[in-house]
Design a protein around this ligand. Sequence first.
Ligand code: AMP
Ligand code: ZN
Length: 114
Amino acid sequence: MSDCLFCKIIGGQIPAKVVHQDEQSLGFLDIAPQAPTHVLFVPKRHITSLNEATVEDRELLGHLMFVAAKYARENGFAEAGYRQVVNCNRDGGQTVFHIHLHLLGGRSLTWPPG
Ligand code: AMP
Ligand code: ZN
């Protein structure tokens, strides 16, 4: 999608600190980190939000969860714990409309979120 911020990051038109890359997904540091580690994992194929995800996207969405968990293990904070979050639309607090999974770790997170 030509006017999508995360598609532009995937396409290399906007810089980002990329920490994970594979055929289907990209992981890069959040520009406004909410925890010592805050990585966004996005599918390379544009999906606007969870509301637009189809049955064909199930494996891709699971892939994001899996690579984020692997990142936590490889970076030494899996045992302590972490959070994976996908915000959807206005009430969910979504501000960028290319689906993304937040990986937050490195501090004790509170529940419930605001
Ligand atoms: P959400 O509110 O769930 O849609 O999350 C969007 C996230 O994207 C926020 O945590 C922002 O800080 C982050 N963000 C916005 N612009 C950029 C950017 N250019 N590079 C990295 N992260 C960004
Ligand atoms: Zn996009």
